[in-house]
Design a protein around this ligand. Structure first.
Ligand code: PHE
Length: 339
């Protein structure tokens, strides 16, 4: 019986050595210590032993049981440690590894120039006014001295939504809205999107941006318009920039002018940028027409004012030497990152 017990101990020891997971450990426990286990069977058979032999074999059997139990516990601990180690190894984090790069965005050239333009006018005391892009015919045309069937409507190919609602074709309706809302003194600019049913090409887009300006007060003259536009031109294109007015016609200003700046590349001698002219057209302007003032509730006998409007895309293209407007809308990062 003694050899049988020692034999069981050796076999259990062997089995434990090869047990490499929880299931194998459990199989060893059941196989030796379980109800039908080998050691249990020996203990059951002790009834047949003589009174002298019984305590000796009993003591040895207990010893073997304790031995197997301890060995099981130890092996279990060993397996758990191995498992933890494998887990830690799999989750290893190298805090010294270089970080992942992410791209830092840049401001779109249109937004950049719009901000620059707004800052210049704000430094001259202009406030920013806003108007809706979906606009009434009333503000886009009628209040601006452009009645129904007026030929000036043809020069701005307009997207109509209904007979009297449209996508604004210019930022000038904001002039009418501001004048109807506030009494002078008025000094506002209004940058924003405008829409015209134009085919897309290098210089046209059905959606583009304008910046409108309006000043109304007592005693405002064309000299004030000239002075403010000159200040703007010098800050935008350089200290040596000159401006010139050419007579023009807009229904909502009288007199009206198109305004050019001297070419900031050649200084007026003529080059590729100004197409040999020495001058570059940048905006339309004029003194607010008395009909417009009156129609918006401002007495033209008391007040006078000037207005101007310019295309922001145009200023961006001139300033950065961009010859195709479509580049501004394609969102090609290789292009946009240059500004
Ligand atoms: N709204 C005119 C245009 O889009 C520009 C303009 C604005 C002209 C204000 C004079 C005064 O062509």
């Amino acid at each position: 019986m003694k050899t049988l017990l020692l034999d069981i101990r050796a076999k259990a020891e062997d089995a434990l050595k090869n047990a490499n997971d929880d299931a194998a450990l459990e199989a060893v426990r059941v196989g030796y210590l379980g109800k039908k286990g080998e050691l249990t069977a020996v203990l059951r058979g002790m009834g047949g032993l003589s009174p002298e032999e019984r305590p000796i074999v009993g003591a040895l059997a207990n010893e073997v049981r304790t031995y197997i139990e301890n060995a099981l516990a130890e092996k279990k601990k060993e397996l758990e440690e191995k498992k933890l180690e494998a887990k830690l190894l799999a989750e290893k984090l190298d805090v010294t590894a270089p970080g992942e790069n992410f791209e830092i965005g840049v401001r779109h050239p249109l937004e950049k120039i719009e901000t620059e333009m707004s800052d210049i006018f704000r430094s001259m005391g202009f406030e920013i006014a806003e108007g809706p892009e979906v606009e009434f015919d009333l503000f886009n045309f009628q209040k601006l001295n452009i009645p129904e069937n007026h030929p000036a409507r043809d020069t701005q190919d307009t997207f109509y939504i209904t007979d009297n609602i449209l996508l604004r074709s210019q930022t000038s309706p904001v002039q009418a809205r501001v004048m109807m809302d506030t009494q002078p003194p008025i000094r506002i600019i209004s940058p924003g999107r405008v829409y015209r049913a134009d085919e897309v090409d290098a210089t046209h887009s059905p959606v583009f941006h304008q910046l409108e300006g309006l000043v109304v007060d007592k005693g405002i003259t064309m000299g004030d318009l000239r002075g403010m536009l000159e200040t703007f031109a010098k800050q935008m294109f350089g200290e040596n920039t000159k401006i010139r007015f050419r007579p023009h016609h807009f229904p909502f200003t009288e007199p009206s002018a198109e305004v050019d700046v001297s070419c900031f590349v050649c200084g007026g001698k003529g080059c590729r940028v100004c197409k040999g002219e020495g001058w570059i057209e940048i905006l339309g302007a004029g003194m607010v027409h008395p009909n417009v003032l009156r129609g918006c509730g401002i007495d033209p006998e008391v007040y006078s004012g000037f207005a101007f409007g310019m295309g922001i895309e145009r200023i961006v293209m001139i300033k950065y030497g961009i010859d195709d407007m479509r580049l501004l809308y394609e969102n090609d990062l290789r292009f946009l990152k240059q500004f």
